[in-house]
Design a binder for this molecule. Structure first.
Ligand SMILES: O=C[C@H](O)[C@H](O)[C@H](O)COP(=O)(O)O
Length: 281
């Protein structure tokens, strides 16, 4: 099998396995992620729908324009996040009105912190993930990592306001130890040790087959911020998010409950956060 086919096959097997495990007739509201791996999840959902194995009134919450098309093309019903009924506020976890969300990832570390937004969809993806009782990631073996930034070296996708993208870029690039020492941003010890590079480099993501920048589904720009390995994803997420004009950061810290990977040898691995594994030992 060629390398390309191997990657596609591993995406497909991970997506099929995750859907089979998590999307049965009891799931009433499903979040549908974005990207090339989720295409296979949608393929499996369409099959299950044909076989009457899904809830008859299943609602699917999209995370992007692409995701909505996948839902509609699979014969499923799309529903906006804000159209979901408000749950009993006194019930535990009541904010989570989505039963489960299946989404892709660009890189996943041992605690299931993830980098997302390679396709520019991370703002809506994070909104949907935060409203989900369970976030399940699906990916091929190239995304399976110990530390974020080890395999995904294109930078953390950061959605920013087009109004002042140059100013935001400069501020993001000042998030090195020197600017922290000057008091430009918090000098919190965890944040200082959070990433590898003293001077992050942010680049405006350029469109392909259109002159100029990528414009997200929300009308914003994307800065890809290279900062080497990310040793403390929650601290870095917070640090980036504090820069005025940053709309959403493509670091998803401690949001995923499970990650399914298609391996090179054709097998499938399901991972939970390493700290959870230790508790189960
Ligand atoms: O913005 C895009 C999303 O975060 C995707 O889920 C992520 O980039 C992974 O995409 P793919 O499955 O194509 O590798």
């Amino acid at each position: 099998m060629s390398a390309l086919n191997l990657v596609e096959q591993s995406k497909r097997s991970a997506a099929f396995a995750a859907v089979d495990k998590h999307v049965g007739p009891s799931v009433r509201v499903l979040g549908v992620g974005s990207g090339s791996t989720v295409v296979y999840a949608a393929e499996r959902l369409a099959e299950l729908k044909q076989q009457n194995k899904l809830h008859p009134d299943l609602l699917c919450v999209p995370t992007s324009f692409q995701s909505k098309q996948l839902i509609v093309d699979s014969g499923l019903r799309a529903c906006d996040l804000d159209d979901l009924p408000e749950l009993d506020p006194s019930a535990p976890g009541s904010f989570a009105s989505i039963d489960v969300t299946i989404d892709g990832a660009d890189e996943v570390d041992s605690e299931l912190n993830a980098i997302k937004g390679g396709g520019g969809a991370h703002l809506r993806e994070k909104l949907v993930a935060a409203a989900s009782r369970r976030l399940v990631l699906v990916a091929d073996y190239r995304k399976n990592s110990d530390v974020l930034g080890e395999k995904w070296t294109q930078g953390v996708p950061v959605e920013v306001s087009p109004l002042a993208w140059r100013t935001i870029k400069r501020q993001l690039e000042r998030l090195g130890p020197r600017s922290r020492a000057q008091g430009a941003v918090p000098t919190d010890a965890a944040a200082v040790a959070a990433f590898e590079l003293a001077h992050p480099v942010a680049s405006l993501r350029q469109a392909v087959r259109k002159a100029g920048p990528v414009v997200t589904d929300n009308g914003n720009f994307i800065l890809d911020v290279c900062m080497g390995k990310i040793y403390d994803p929650p601290a870095v997420e917070l640090l980036l998010k504090m820069v005025p004009g940053v709309i959403e950061v493509g670091i998803f810290s401690a949001m995923a409950a499970e990650a399914w990977f298609g391996n090179e040898d054709g097998s499938i691995a399901c991972r939970i956060p390493r700290s959870e594994m230790k508790k189960q030992d």
